[in-house]
Design a protein around this ligand. Structure first.
Ligand code: ATP
Ligand code: MG
Length: 159
């Protein structure tokens, strides 16, 4: 496996919480730089579960609900703003243009994007792509860096 990809095994939701905590710590270390993270994986893979723990680790104390119907949930945290997207219900990628999508992808912002393929070319390119695959009863997380900032984060992760 290339040096830019790490794999983590999650046997339980608690393992996913630990993976999310490590990634959130990595993001904090790269602040004030922001990060665009695509979350890939089928329905029920664990994208929202991961996002919930990740956003809480970044300092959010309340609930994290799935942006299934709102498409975007914003979190204004102390050190960073997080935008959590779920584009599953996006009928046409062009809708993102009308939503002012470009304004969301800026410095000092972490964007988590579930179903990024629905956004086609309207999304900023990813620094990290996290692919979640179900195994027997657990999950495999593939974390791939696609930019210098993503590689910096991945190289500092415990493995
Ligand atoms: N190891 C694990 N990691 C994450 N979730 C797990 C794990 N084991 C079981 N689960 C369960 O799998 C489900 C994952 O649902 P979740 O909503 O996070 O999926 P999703 O990828 O966001 O789906 P969707 O595409 O519908 O948004 C949850 O009910 C969670 O409790
Ligand atoms: Mg989800």
């Amino acid at each position: 496996m290339s040096g830019d990809t790490l794999q983590f095994n999650s046997e339980s939701v608690e393992d996913t919480q630990a993976i999310a905590a490590n990634l959130a710590k990595g993001v904090k270390a790269t602040l004030p730089a922001g990060m665009v993270i695509y979350l890939e994986g089928d329905l029920g893979a664990g994208k929202t579960t991961f996002s919930r723990y990740f956003i809480q680790q970044l300092g959010h104390t309340g609930n994290v609900k799935s942006p299934t119907y709102t498409l975007i949930e914003p979190y204004e945290l102390e050190d960073i703003t997080v935008y959590h997207f779920d584009l599953y219900r996006l009928a046409d990628p062009e809708e993102l243009e009308f939503m002012g999508i470009r304004d969301y992808f800026r410095e000092n912002v972490v964007c988590l994007v579930e179903w990024p393929q629905k956004g086609a070319d309207f999304l900023a390119t990813a620094d990290l792509v996290i692919n979640i695959k179900p195994t027997g009863h657990g999950r495999i997380f593939d974390v791939k860096a696609l930019s210098a900032r993503g590689r910096q984060l991945v190289s500092a992760l415990p493995n």
